[in-house]
Design a protein around this ligand. Structure first.
Ligand SMILES: [Zn+2]
Ligand SMILES: [Zn+2]
Length: 287
């Protein structure tokens, strides 16, 4: 005796197996695949992008900043509607990238040899909460600033070189970096140790042609008479390339070539001069 769907009357056959007393279509319409929340909340550190998942913080690198990975993980925890055996998240598509984020979650349910699919719209709220590592870093007081600038300006290629240099610093130095801020003019490093600030400035001086100016912000004297304040090291890196225009002593020059020991310049009349980087450093006007 052939069985049929109690709701729409479709007959069971090779192509269509009933789930209990319903055909898959009716089953999905009435029950769906899972009891899924219409809204989920993710917790992400605004500073380093780490995410709080299943009671612990995972690094940004682990999910590559791909919010969909986190959403899929959350949804994969939803309970399938009995008698569906298990449910998988097949795909997450963004509907709206503005907050609250809206996605379509394409889910696949498995019941015996049957595969059922249903889409769910899920709203995702992102709660920003600093992770313990970032809290620890920020609470270490900021005691020194290294301002990296270019002379006359920090060129794109020099900025890349500086970034590479910063990435190559040892862990014992990186630990003292409270914050790195990239600005239009250069890169600011906030440090928890004046000694490390000097160390970085000296390492920059070994690698590039630099001029360092040291100053203290908000100087006051402690009870035992010592100077206290934020050490600021302004590190200007000579950043010229052939083809650049420089203004030296109010006269414009074109850079012809840049060598380690000299820089060749040409003035408006086609006269070429060579100048040492150190001399250039002190005579070129910063923009
Ligand atoms: Zn039916
Ligand atoms: Zn963090």
């Amino acid at each position: 005796m052939p069985r049929f769907c109690a709701r729409c009357g479709a007959h069971e056959g090779k192509e269509m197996k009933l789930i209990g007393s319903l055909c898959p279509k009716c089953f999905l319409e009435i029950y769906g695949l899972v009891s899924i929340p219409s809204r989920i909340t993710l917790v992400i550190c605004p500073k380093c992008g780490a995410a709080y998942v299943d009671g612990k913080w995972i690094d940004y690198d682990l999910y590559g900043g791909e919010i969909r990975v986190l959403i899929a993980h959350e949804l994969s925890k939803s309970k399938p509607i009995p008698p569906i055996d298990r449910v998988e998240v097949e795909e997450i598509e963004y509907i709206s990238a503005e907050e609250p984020l809206k996605v379509v979650a394409k889910l696949k349910g498995i019941y015996k040899e049957l595969i059922l699919r249903k889409d769910y719209v899920v709203e995702t709220l992102i709660t920003k909460r600093p992770c313990p590592t970032c809290i620890r870093r920020a609470s270490k007081s900021f005691k020194a600033l290294v301002q990296i600038r270019g002379l006359p300006t920090l060129s794109k290629s020099m900025r890349i070189k500086v970034r590479k240099f910063l990435e190559s610093l040892g862990m014992n130095i990186i630990r003292d970096i409270v914050d790195i801020e990239e600005t239009k003019n250069g890169i600011d490093l906030k440090l928890s140790s004046p000694g490390t600030a000097r160390h970085i400035a000296n390492a920059l001086a070994r690698k590039f042609i630099v001029k360092i100016v040291e100053s203290y912000a908000s100087i006051h004297r402690s009870r035992n008479g010592r100077r206290e304040g934020k050490l600021t090291l302004s590190v200007r890196i000579l950043s010229t390339e052939p083809g650049d225009y420089l203004v030296i002593d109010n006269k414009p020059y074109v850079v012809i070539s840049v060598e380690n020991s000299y820089i060749e310049l040409e003035d408006r009349n086609g006269h070429r001069v060579r100048i040492t980087p150190e001399k250039l450093m002190h005579r070129v006007r910063a923009k």
